[in-house]
Design a binder for this molecule. Structure first.
Ligand code: PGA
Length: 256
């Protein structure tokens, strides 16, 4: 049984003060839901305060990106050694970083290797544009992203990696994929991982869906066999809605 993982990707929302207020208000409500892994990914500047506020809880902290070098002349960037001790997870290859910061498949691979080398757990995000989706090329496109991301990653690292399938046309648009559509693509991703690493390893890996997930549609996604959790933007910013997402995930997986 794969432990569901619900991660809130806060993007460029919440000051450190607002982030701490959120976790202080929700940590007791989230505490009983230990059947699912709960992750908060605030902006970098909020990481130290959020990490301190969550110390002693089982709620994990994640960063939204990481550079592949340990240090260097890379103005504005943050490296894996800098995140050590602050976060467990790091989102890599989110479509917004691919679109606005020019992150390529090759960089996703390098970032993944850097994160793993420093004991961080990558959440590798993949997903297709509306154009690719409408052309019926989703599986090919996402398959290429997966193969590139995992290039040279040994099987021994797989247990520390989560994949997130996020169709770009569903992110922040209110237009989500159906549970069945998402399950089909995520099943195909698992198939590629099985090709690369064997069925047992692929079956053990957790793959999330992301893109306009909210309490109203959470059960539809979480009741699908291949979907192990969600990477959530907008609906993770409200306290009651994030708590509801975690509760619904556990119920839908029959873990309540
Ligand atoms: P959304 O964002 O839930 O607001 O659609 C998801 C994401 O970008 O991870």
């Amino acid at each position: 049984m794969r432990t569901p993982i619900i991660a809130g990707n806060w993007k460029m929302y919440k000051t450190p003060q607002e982030a701490v207020a959120f976790v202080n208000a929700t940590k007791d409500q989230l505490a009983p839901y230990s059947a699912a892994e709960r992750v908060i990914c605030p902006p970098y500047v909020a990481l130290p305060a959020v990490q301190a506020a969550l110390a002693g809880t089982e709620i994990a902290v994640g960063a939204q990106d990481v550079h592949w070098e340990d240090q260097g002349a890379y103005t504005s960037q943050i490296s894996a050694p800098m995140l050590q001790g602050l976060v467990k997870y790091v989102i890599i290859g989110h479509s917004e970083t691919r679109a606005y910061q020019g992150v390529t498949d090759e960089m996703v691979n390098k970032k993944t290797k850097a994160a793993l080398a420093h004991g961080l757990h990558p959440i590798i995000a993949v997903g297709e544009s509306l154009e690719i989706n409408e052309a019926g090329q989703t599986q090919d496109f996402v398959g290429r992203q997966i193969r590139a991301a995992f290039e040279g990653i040994p099987a021994s690292d797989l247990a520390n990696i989560v994949v997130a399938y996020e169709p770009i046309w569903a992110i922040g648009t209110g237009r989500n994929a159906s549970g069945e559509q998402a399950n089909t693509i995520i099943g195909a991703i698992r198939g590629i991982l099985a090709e690369l690493y064997g069925q047992g390893a692929a079956d053990a890996m957790r793959i999330q869906y992301g893109g306009s997930v909210k309490p109203d549609n959470m059960a539809e996604f979480m009741s699908q066999p291949h979907i192990d959790g969600a990477l959530v933007g907008g609906a993770s910013l409200k306290e009651e809605s994030f708590v509801a997402l975690v509760r619904i995930a556990i119920e839908a997986k029959g873990l309540a």
